[in-house]
Every structure is written in structure tokens, then in C-alpha cells.
Design a protein around this ligand. Structure first.
Ligand SMILES: Nc1ncnc2c1ncn2[C@@H]1O[C@H](COP(=O)(O)OP(=O)(O)OP(=O)(O)O)[C@@H](O)[C@H]1O
Ligand SMILES: [Mg+2]
Length: 310
């Protein structure tokens, strides 16, 4: 374990160099029973067909995130099986599926957090903004562009200010005025500023769980990412704090591309534009959230979203 976190570890706050960082107990939130969840307002679709990845906008720019025939192996265990998925810019895509189906693994593939796990091997392509990220690239820069927020809020044992400034200092921002400006902007975007503006020098660990999670989101926003990956960001929070994080996610999508793993079907329905359903390492289907929850293409998807298994 290195003494100093790297940018990716620091900004994302992931556990550094842990052999199996994701083997936290499965989330206790089971999918709800029938009926299917209340649906969000209709999503504008762009003519994508059932079970195909949502296409990007008509301007022809590449999707913000893409996996193409992407497989991942932990040693001999194949955790992802030829996943092909596109995640369009400035939208929220929910990734759902039973425990162990590969959701976190897929999320971590977009910013190469799986590199921290020994024995990982991949096949196929992962792209961010149309550029391959599996080859020889600047991984620190990738993790700045593709930030990550985890299930459990993980602020550093530092002040609120220093938590948000952490990634900025790592990328060389030294000016106090610039740091202060960017910390304030990030805390405002994370809907936390009003609650902490008078106590920026206090320890971050004194904040409530919901505030800590918004602080982690502010820390991620400070380095101006293009994408925010969220792995069950609200599952450790109470309903009020969850609602605040959901509101925040909705407010962020005008600027950022968000991919969120959730076990909460209602949450997926409330906040996402597209939903991808995975099972046993495969992408079963992806569609607009409305269509996936009202007329899924596959029976197995219907069984999952109506709580028949999971
Ligand atoms: N570091 C690791 N080393 C070896 N196998 C792993 C590692 N992390 C995950 N796996 C395995 O890969 C598969 C997919 O795991 P992953 O954590 O991506 O699932 P998940 O869909 O996120 O599950 P959950 O909903 O419980 O979080 C599982 O079989 C898991 O045991
Ligand atoms: Mg997971």
C-alpha cells in the first residue's frame, strides 16, 4: 500500500491497493416486490431500438462512455462477458442487476480502478469520449476525468476544505484564491455549501453520513470530471439524505454524465434516463428507463424488476 494516495484514489476516495475492495457485504436493500416502480416523466428517445445501447445525440459525437465486446477476468473467473454498452453524454444511466452480476466491476472499468486488483485481465474495448482507455494512457488524468463515488461515504480525516481541495492540490493548484473559489463552487454544485460554509476548517468526519456523501461528491466535482461513476451512493443513507442525493444527481446531469449502480428499482426509475440490466456478467438489455420498466424486451428483465428474484 502506498503511503500517498494517487489522484484516482484520492479523488475517488477508493480504498488504495486493497485486494478485493468491492467485497463489502451486499447491499441490504432488496428490489421491491410487484408492482413495478413509479415511472419518471417520459424520456426523450432518439429512436434507439429495444435492447440496443442508447445511441448518442444526432450530432454524431461519440457516446461519453462505451464498452464494446468488453470482458473482464479476475484470474480464471470471468466477471464480465462481452459487454457492449453506450452511455450518452449528460444523462443518468442506471445499472441494475442481482448481487455479483458485475455492476461494480463494469463501473470500475470506465476509470481503470480494476487496475488496482491483482490478476485482472480484460478483452475488448472501453472508451471515454471516443478514446480507448485500456491502452497506454495517463491513468491519473483518466481518473480525474472519470470520478467515482462509493457506497459508503469516505471523506479523508481532514478538514472539509482540505477534502475538497485534495485533488486540486494533487494536480498542482497552489493559489489560495483559486483553491477557495473552486472549493466553494464544488460545494455549491454538491448542494452542501450552505450547510458548511461557516465551518470549512472543521473535520469532515463530524458531518452526518448524508453530508459526508455530498462532500465526497464535491471532492469528485472539484477536479472537473466529465463523468461521475456512482456505486450505490445512497444505500447507506436514510430516506431524507437519499432524497437529497437523488436531487443532486438530477441537478448534476446538465453538466456531467452519470452512471449509477443501484439495487433500488424505485431510485433507478426516479433518477435515470436509461437503465441497463445485467445478470451473471452479461448485459441482458439496456433501454430508456421508461421502456425497460414498462415493456422490457426480455422476460428475465421483467422477472427481476417485478421482484421475482434478485
Ligand atoms: N477483487 C475481486 N477479485 C476476485 N473476484 C472479484 C473481485 N471483485 C469482484 N469479484 C467477483 O466478480 C463478480 C462480480 O462482482 P461485482 O462486485 O462486480 O458484482 P456486483 O454486481 O457489483 O455485486 P453487488 O450488487 O453485490 O455489489 C462476482 O462474482 C465477484 O465475486
Ligand atoms: Mg457492487
Amino acid at each position: 500500500m502506498s503511503a500517498k494516495p494517487t489522484l484516482g484514489e484520492g479523488v475517488s476516495g477508493s480504498p488504495p491497493q486493497v485486494a478485493r475492495p468491492d467485497l463489502t457485504p451486499p447491499t441490504p436493500t432488496p428490489p421491491p416486490p410487484t408492482p413495478p416502480p413509479a415511472l419518471p416523466p417520459p424520456v426523450v428517445t432518439r429512436g434507439e431500438t429495444q435492447a440496443s445501447a442508447p445511441s448518442d445525440d444526432a450530432k454524431g459525437s461519440p457516446p461519453r462512455l462505451a464498452a464494446r465486446g468488453f470482458s473482464l477476468f479476475y484470474g480464471r473467473h470471468q466477471a464480465l462477458k462481452s459487454i457492449t454498452l453506450e452511455i450518452p453524454d449528460r444523462s443518468v444511466t442506471a445499472i441494475i442487476g442481482p448481487s455479483g452480476c458485475g455492476k461494480s466491476t463494469l463501473l470500475r472499468s470506465f476509470n481503470r480502478m480494476n487496475d488496482l486488483i491483482a490478476g485482472v485481465r480484460t478483452e475488448g474495448v472501453v472508451e471515454v469520449s471516443g478514446r480507448d482507455v485500456l491502452g497506454a494512457i495517463d491513468v491519473v488524468d483518466l481518473r480525474r476525468r472519470v470520478g467515482m463515488v462509493f457506497q459508503r461515504p469516505n471523506p479523508f480525516p481532514k478538514s472539509i476544505f482540505d477534502n475538497v481541495a485534495f485533488g486540486l492540490r494533487l494536480i498542482g493548484v497552489r493559489s489560495r484564491t483559486e483553491l477557495e473559489g473552486r472549493v466553494e463552487t464544488s460545494l455549491k454544485r454538491a448542494a452542501l455549501w450552505d450547510e458548511v460554509k461557516d465551518r470549512l476548517e472543521r473535520g469532515a468526519l463530524q458531518l452526518s453520513g448524508g453530508q459526508q456523501q455530498r462532500l465526497c461528491i464535491a471532492r469528485c466535482l472539484a477536479v472537473e470530471p466529465e463523468v461521475i461513476l456512482m456505486d450505490e451512493p445512497a444505500s447507506a443513507l436514510d430516506p431524507t439524505a437519499t432524497a437529497r442525493v437523488e436531487e443532486l444527481i438530477l441537478s448534476l446531469k446538465s453538466r456531467y454524465t452519470i452512471a449509477i449502480v443501484t439495487h433500488n428499482m424505485q431510485q433507478a426509475a426516479r433518477i435515470s434516463d436509461h437503465t441497463a440490466f445485467m445478470m451473471m456478467g452479461e448485459l441482458v438489455e439496456v433501454d430508456t428507463t421508461r421502456r425497460l420498466f414498462t415493456s422490457p424486451a426480455k422476460k428475465i428483465t421483467e422477472d427481476y424488476i417485478t421482484g421475482r428474484f434478485g
